[in-house]
Design a protein around this ligand. Structure first.
Ligand code: SF4
Length: 359
């Protein structure tokens, strides 16, 4: 069975979920690429790809034990996370140049990297630029730890005004002590406390923005089905309607051995076992859960359920599959780095399209 991009398989069309649960991204069948000229050279781009202006206007104000921005691939010569954006004028001129070259090729805007809200002035300038290239980004998503949304009241309305589709807000646990064990916010960040987190959630829910809570499954916070259900109960009580439980990505042997890779290996949760508890191979779902369907991309796969008033997504991913995907000569992703380089990969020296700091 193959899976095409954006193809959502409804529960009624699935007979054996088990055959799809292990490494489902291997069955992904991509749409044909299109050719574009960028910086004077021809490139193949995958329609539907996402563009990330790598958000590192400042170091992150959290130190998550699993932080993927600290993971160094063996073929990388540096980490993007370590080169913060220096000259904002030059950065935004370059980004605008890149977006102008890509005009007419609609993409998803995926605002991630380090913490975009850690430098509100940078984020506000970015939102203004997004609006001037409006048609380029039919979908706009901010991935955040919520720190700046909590402390700067301008940001939620500005994201809504810039027509962001949703905010994906990370929280590993509702108990602030347990959450802090994993997310390790800087001391001065109010969002480390539960009351500030909940107030931020309420403010986002009152805006026009969609909100998904993102819980990274790990054995220090949420790992068992009982803990998953307790998390969903707390989310529902807050008025949240979408929650994603994301597994720690499979790293294979393409990363250097570091504190983060060792933490990930020690604390990884077997998503397959969790999924088997939610729904058996015979399609028997756990009481209170309804299977909605599944979807997949070139390196991730999702199962979607309803439990009470919440849409629950359980997601697994593989950075190995991601790495293989981007090496096939077709751009699956575009990342604009702080150096002005546009790349087809998160690694700043891989799949380089060209530099946009010069006209
Ligand atoms: S909030 Fe994101 S960038 Fe910051 S430490 Fe956590 S995972 Fe890394």
């Amino acid at each position: 069975m193959t899976v095409r991009p954006n193809q959502f398989r409804l529960a009624s069309s699935i007979r054996e979920p088990g055959e799809l649960r292990d490494g489902r991204w291997r069955t992904f069948e991509p749409v044909a690429p299109v050719e574009r000229e960028l910086r004077g050279k021809r490139f193949l781009l995958r329609p539907g790809l996402t563009f990330t202006p790598y958000a590192n206007p400042a170091p992150c104000n959290a130190h998550c034990s699993f932080c993927s921005e600290e993971l160094m691939r063996l073929d990388a010569d540096r980490l993007s996370a370590k080169t913060v954006i220096g000259d904002f004028d030059r950065y935004f001129d370059g980004l605008s140049r890149a977006w102008s070259e890509l005009a007419g090729f609609p993409m998803g805007l995926s605002l991630s990297g380090l913490e975009a809200t850690a430098h509100p002035e940078w984020l506000l300038r970015l939102l203004t630029l997004v609006q001037t290239h409006g048609a380029l980004f039919p979908e706009r998503v901010l991935y955040t730890n919520g720190s700046g949304l909590c402390t700067d009241l301008r940001l939620v309305p500005a994201l809504a005004a810039a027509a962001f589709t949703r905010v994906e807000l990370s929280r590993c646990h509702f108990d602030e002590v347990i959450n802090h064990r994993v997310m390790r916010f800087d001391n001065g960040q109010p969002i480390r406390h539960r009351a500030a987190f909940e107030e931020t959630v309420h403010r986002i829910l009152k805006s026009r923005l969609g909100l998904k809570l993102v819980c990274i499954l790990n054995t220090q916070a949420v790992s068992t089905l009982a803990q998953v259900e307790a998390y969903l109960d707390e989310a529902e009580a807050l008025g949240v309607t979408q929650v994603v439980f994301r597994s720690l990505s499979e790293l294979g042997d393409v990363y250097r051995d570091t504190r983060e890779t060792r933490w990930i290996a020690r604390n990884r949760v077997n998503t397959r076992a969790l999924l088997d508890e939610v729904m058996t191979d015979q399609l028997v779902t756990r009481a209170g859960w309804t299977f909605v369907g599944m979807t997949a991309g070139y390196y991730y796969s999702n199962e979607v359920y309803r439990r009470g008033g919440i849409e629950v997504v359980i997601e697994s991913a593989s950075y190995v599959a991601h790495h293989e995907g981007v090496q096939r000569g077709v751009m699956q992703k575009l990342v604009f780095h702080s150096t002005g380089d546009l790349c087809g990969d998160w690694v700043p020296n891989a799949q380089v399209v060209g530099n946009y700091f010069s006209p």
